[in-house]
Design a protein around this ligand. Structure first.
Ligand code: URA
Length: 228
């Protein structure tokens, strides 16, 4: 399903309103503003962070604090801007004291993120840090192991490149992490300009195909000669 820009915006506005009214987890009791996400509804790239911090909670916008400023600078370094991407989070409400998201909160909020990906239909989803990477890859491997190598996943009904990246907040704390993040982000333009993501063949289908091929009668040597 590919939506027109207008339909996409209408559906995102409906989803935005649903998120504003959301009471699916206790975080709605302590948040100031739900943070839906922001950017270009037709973006080719979605960045997914962890959860709103204090400033995001006050303004109702994602990545508006120091980590967001760094993300903007790093994007400019590869000739891109925040305006041309979409930025969202795993959680739409701030966890008190910026503690880690809890499994029940992630579970309650995940339909919103998957619906955002389904509606926006990006080519690349950049996951920032462990929580977004584990949720969207469906793999418990930590960010230090998987960062920088694009994976292909089917998300929201279509194939995307998932590019796991260090979280900019970690980059603010450690200069070496910042340089790694800068280097990994530099692969993004290539993913946008190159061939589209092709989903890996499901393993069971590949095994079945191999078994079928092994069971099929083999042409004899004479027949093979016919086709050079
Ligand atoms: N960190 C996040 O993960 N998300 C934000 O929106 C801000 C900081």
């Amino acid at each position: 399903m590919s939506l027109s820009s207008e339909e996409r915006r209408e559906r995102l506005v409906d989803l935005y309103q649903e998120v504003q009214a959301c009471t699916r987890c206790p975080l709605h009791e302590t948040r100031t503003e739900a943070v839906f996400g922001a950017g270009d509804a037709d973006a080719d790239v979605i960045f997914v962070g962890e959860a709103p911090g204090a400033e995001e909670d006050r303004q109702g916008l994602p990545f508006v604090g120091r980590a967001g400023q760094l993300l903007g600078e790093l994007l400019e370094g590869i000739g891109m801007s925040r305006q041309e991407v979409f930025i969202a989070n795993v959680l739409k409400s701030r966890p008190p004291e910026n503690r880690d998201p809890q499994p029940l909160e992630i579970e309650a909020c995940r339909p919103y993120l998957f619906e955002q990906v389904r509606l926006i239909e990006p080519r690349v989803v950049c996951t920032l840090g462990n929580f977004a990477t584990k949720l969207l890859s469906g793999n418990p491997a930590g960010i230090t192991r998987v960062r920088g190598t694009p994976q292909v996943h089917e998300l929201g009904g279509h194939a995307v490149f998932l590019l796991p990246l260090f979280h900019p907040a970690a980059a603010l704390r450690t200069p070496a992490v910042k340089e790694t993040l800068r280097g990994d982000l530099a692969t993004l333009p290539g993913l946008l300009a190159g061939p589209p993501p092709v989903p890996a063949e499901p393993i069971e289908a590949a095994i079945r195909e191999e078994e079928d091929a092994a069971a099929a009668p083999q042409p004899d040597a004479d027949q093979l000669d016919l086709f050079g």
